[in-house]
Design a protein around this ligand. Sequence first.
Ligand SMILES: [Ca+2]
Ligand SMILES: [Ca+2]
Length: 445
Amino acid sequence: MRILKLKQIITQNCVQKMWILVLTLIIYGAAKEPVNIIFDTDFGPDCDDAGALAILHRFADLGEARILAMAISTSNPNGPAAIDAVNTYYGRPDIPIGTMEGSWKPDSPYTSTLADTNRYPSDIGHRDNVPTAVEVYRKALEAAPDSSVTFVVVGFMYNINPLINSEPDSISPLTGLELIKKKVKHYVGMDGFYPSGPGYNWIRSYELPKEFLEKWPTETLHSGQEIGEEIRTGGVLSGNDSIVNVNPVAMAYKIYQGAGRDRPSYDLTAVYLAVRGLGDSLWTRSEEGCNSANLNGENTWVPGDCGHYYIIRNADESVVEDTLDALMMQKPVPDSLKPDFNEVWPPLGISNKSELSYQAPKAVRQGRGFSLSLYLNNDAPVVTKIYTTGGSLVQTIDSGMQQKGMLHVTWAGTDSYGKIVKPGIYFIAFHLPDGIHMAKVSKLR
Ligand SMILES: [Ca+2]
Ligand SMILES: [Ca+2]
């Protein structure tokens, strides 16, 4: 997947009018139903949580994820505000944020800088202003469609066990465990060490992982400490001061690890897997097993029928690093071009093309329409369909069988009756054998 923002401002004094066109093109590799995400993070003791949050927003910008809520599993007084600063940077300032109850690891080298509103906008302030994680999660689960939520946990277990054990309240007549059974589809954790050993997040959660593994009712996927350790990312983001000055994630990496220096990608892998799953060739998973933990938080995985799986890396580490860095490096998509999940979408296929195998398309203004160039990795029949934002089909262009290489598709900016369409946003869907690749074109007058 790749984003290409192409801003062409073309001023033309001609007989009729002056046109200024701003074209923004987003190519999606995976135009499928977005994954509903609840993100639980210890944001502060390491900077990879910030990188993971950046990737989550990037997936939301691509229409692959819908972020329901998040909470912090430490008592860091600036933690919620630092998270809000990242959410605000990405244009999602109102995502509900909760905090753990009690006291645990209140310090961080970077959260006070991110929470400084003179540097990065946010509107939360001290952690005393935010609700508990349990309240935020119960509300988010209650509002979500049944069996639709993926829980991503990349920190300690100080919010998850309290959620499991929560009692019915004014938010829901269900217990926490009943709510999870009803609403959660999947659990992805960056937690232990696989197949067995001590993983930092779990040994610092002491007795809680044991209870969690005994009670949690859905299938679980575990990205162990050994997975993220080998994958180093973030340096490309923090090495550029013009990025650091506006992007709080880049600042977190700069303060924590030093400008231009990579950090292991523990939490990034969990977010990546939660949204994209195992569809691409980067990872595979273990056979089904039973994961258990002792009272020190050390886990042991053995083959069995408990629905617990752990991750095994398939691709070379440099491929995974480039994929994650590419996601982190993308700028936020402007509000006007964010995916609108209320839109009626045409049925879309699924593509699992990797981020890097896809070559960026080009768009150039041509008369009142557009010439779109797309690189084909193989010979393929190509049908291009243009939709309104409401999902109505505007025009179908059948290009027939095309040879491998650069393909040029011209859309004259007309509907199927030859009538010029109004300025506005249009979706262009390239139907290829490996899926449907979406482009979004914005034409402003
Ligand atoms: Ca906010
Ligand atoms: Ca973490």
